[in-house]
Design a protein around this ligand. Structure first.
Ligand code: TXA
Ligand code: MG
Length: 319
């Protein structure tokens, strides 16, 4: 198939919604990364996402909705959900909540789980497509499974050209890291760190959320709480060495702060800038010659938690 390039115009928003209604796949920008969208109610369309990405079928998808009212069609809403949604939606927060009996989602969206991961993206194109389409759009990040997430249309095209119906070819993702995932099935628990930090959530919840610690057995489908948190993920082609305080010969150097390097996530040591640059620079450094990448230490505070989570997965041995 040839992948249509869409622009940020009302006419193309309408074309995207029509492709989705027809069971097709459309990659669209959100404020975090590009999503690969399909009609969340259409089992055939959702199967297409897993096929295009080469994604393991035990790894469920996030349902994107336009607003809280649309979210309530799919999940049992709670007071805590209302509190955090009011504070952070639209924005880079995904909530895991019990699925309603009448949700009508394709079973593959939740990989058979009784819960749904749901979020309201802030990006104008994502919002416009959702409003035009009028129901939930299932969308994982628009990259081949296990590879670096796309924050530019070019990244999507590199990974999925010819495998999907259309991609919005103009917009950018300003946050650059995937959403924070907060499970509200039990006591609030962060399943995946993101640009909304534990302390921001604590301010709204009144107490700090639990944080799932990362261990090697996240690679198994038995890790049902965040089954997609595969240990090896965001994988560049070369090996990745973390917390490099000195460079070794032949390494491609991804720096942070005032260091001599090939690419710098943030020369001034700003974590927000580093988060926005991380996937772009991993894509870029992958293309330089050499097969070893080394990365400066990133402070394990605030946004640094999310950056280090992605780096740790980028550095993990590949299956
Ligand atoms: O920022 C984002 O969240 C981006 C944009 C496109 O919205 N999406 C994204 O999707 O990162 P994906 O598929 O790459 O990551 C979704 C994560 C996976 O780790 C998956 O296991 C988890 O959400 N997930 C989905 N449904 C779940 C559920 N019911 N319970 C626990 N985790 C769930
Ligand atoms: Mg992903």
């Amino acid at each position: 198939m040839s992948t249509k390039r869409l622009t940020d115009t009302p006419a193309d928003i309408g074309i995207a919604a029509a492709i989705l209604a027809d069971g097709g796949l459309v990659a669209f920008p959100t404020e975090t990364v590009f999503g690969l969208g399909a009609d969340a109610h259409n089992p055939h369309a959702v199967a297409g996402i897993y096929a295009a990405k080469g994604r393991p079928s035990f790894n469920p998808l996030i349902v994107h909705v336009a607003d809280i009212t649309m979210a309530q069609r799919y999940v049992h809403w709670t007071d805590t959900a209302q509190q955090v949604a009011q504070a952070f939606w639209p924005g880079p927060l995904t909530l895991v909540l019990p699925m309603r009996g009448d949700a009508g989602l394709a079973p593959a969206v939740t990989a058979g789980l009784p819960s749904v991961a749901i979020r309201v993206p802030r990006h104008a194109i994502a919002q416009a497509v959702l409003r035009d389409f009028g129901r939930g759009i299932a969308a994982p990040s628009a990259n081949p499974s296990g590879k670096i997430s796309p924050t530019q249309a070019d990244h999507v095209i590199q990974g999925l050209d010819g495998k999907i119906d259309a991609v919005f070819a103009t917009s950018l993702c300003d946050e650059g890291l995937e959403s924070t995932i907060l499970s509200l099935l039990d006591a609030p628990t962060i399943l995946r760190p993101g640009t909304i930090t534990p302390s921001q959530l604590a301010d709204v919840l009144g107490t700090p959320p639990n944080q799932r610690t990362v261990t090697a057995d996240h690679d198994s489908s038995a890790e049902i709480q965040a089954p997609g948190q595969l240990l090896s993920h965001y994988a560049p082609n070369g090996s990745v060495r973390l917390n490099a305080t000195a460079w070794q010969a032949g390494e491609k150097r991804l720096g942070f702060g005032e260091v001599e390097c090939d690419l710098n996530l943030s020369p001034s040591g700003d974590l927000r800038e580093a988060a926005a640059n991380l996937f772009i620079m991993l894509h870029q450094i992958d293309k330089l010659s050499g097969d070893k990448i080394a990365v400066s230490p990133i402070p394990q505070i605030g946004l640094g938690l999310a950056i280090n989570d992605r780096l740790m997965r980028a550095a993990a041995p590949k299956p």
